[in-house]
Design a protein around this ligand. Sequence first.
Ligand code: AMP
Ligand code: MG
Length: 520
Amino acid sequence: MQLNIEDRFTKELPADSVLDNSRRQVKEACFSYVSPKKTKTPEMLHVSPEMFSALGLSEEDAKSKEFLNVFTGNSQLPNTTPYAMCYGGHQFGNWAGQLGDGRAINLAEVKHDNKHWTLQLKGAGETPYSRTADGLAVLRSSVREYLCSEAMYHLGVPTTRALSIALSGDEVLRDMLYDGNAAYEKGAIVCRVSESFLRFGNYQLLAARQDEETLKTLVDYTIKHHFSHLGKPSKETYLQFFETVLNNTLEMIIHWQRVGFVHGVMNTDNMSILGQTIDYGPYGWLEGYDHNWTPNTTDSQFKRYRYGAQLEIGLWNLFQLANAIYPLIGETEGLEGLLHSYHEKAERQNLSMMRSKLGLFSEEKSDAILIVNLEETLQLTETDMTIFFRNLSDFSSEKPSEGLRIVKDAFYVLTEVSDSIKQQWNSWFMQYAERLQKEDATSEERKENMNHVNPKYVFRNYMAQLAIDDADKGDYKLIDELFQLLRKPYNEQPENEKWFVKRPDWARHKAGCSMLSCSS
Ligand code: AMP
Ligand code: MG
């Protein structure tokens, strides 16, 4: 197995001078050297072909003993120095101080086809940032992260990637529901891959400690390697850097809204500086279209990170990042101006995203009202987001009275769709039909366009749970079946129609299917 190693992070940024793996505050450094823990009886469960090819590896490599050993932490790639990154963050709106990679260990950086990738094991043992926890991950959260990151990639949503998922052979103690019933679960390790795992929290922690020197080093490093088109560091470049992060973050969240993804824990330590979806924890997919929904049980009281709040939270998090890099700029006007531009941009992009979901390619003033009316009507009864938008592409502006029949499969309880709700739907379909008359595209063209925007298959929460239950019993076929299904989420796959269904009733209240805890 030959990987083209080209480490930059450890070579160019200050390292923690303490080398022992003890839990501590790490100052004036961006990372700590630490080796993954050896595992008992590692077993590779799945490897992503797209990802191993991107790294310059072959199928043979992926099947090798060396691959298994390296990506479960049992042997080290030659000439590499694994490390954990130091960062802080705001958790649920409160500054939490130092957090850091408590159970993630970066192995090395690889350059292939002019692309730079960092390889990172999640669940590979303790680091100086593990605080009170064990540095490990369980099978259920690992299956969820592995499948979801690749699914998001194929949906066209910016995301960190996943190379592999393996069992460690070790047992991990978890109190899944936080109800005092801790139990042993199978330990697992996912190898995540991204150009960079830097988060808002990396910059925030240095700013909070008033360590401007390291802060500048890190920001300059980030621009040099990840935003190189911006040029040499200067106050102007720092502002452009912030503007790019703002734009990328916004774009990512608009994609989440489009596919119905709820991150669940938008803490600033979980916000990638590249605007990628990162840290798949208690995330979920909207089934019933509901702006108030969050999958995260830890957030069930205030629902800070609910579907309908994600764009607003993006701005809140960007404020924190702006505060962090402010010392390098020394004046507030530029940063404030950019932050003020967010709402207008978000509104414009959200409108344009919703237009595309409706197959509208021209712009009409009335579209905003059409969309608000739709969102309100969708929330009158439990209505499946994915099925609704996918089936809507069959709507004909010549037959508005057929609308309800076309989207019927999206309703969870048909009897809830009362006569007055039916009336609201019919009047919305009339509005929509009128609006479609102003479009040039034929119905076929519209359908084709809509089906590139509205996925047929998403990684519904119950699907993840089915794969987890099987995997826990030693059957990994469903992991592969879902992996293959989600590679082409916009395609009709007649043989996979069974996955184009509403969440089954048994999954409504089952742990892992509708609500998830942070325990992983
Ligand atoms: P998360 O909510 O998963 O993004 O994690 C928040 C913080 O807790 C990060 O610093 C993680 O590294 C840390 N953390 C989460 N789970 C563990 C674990 N099992 N062992 C050590 N640290 C953890
Ligand atoms: Mg995290």
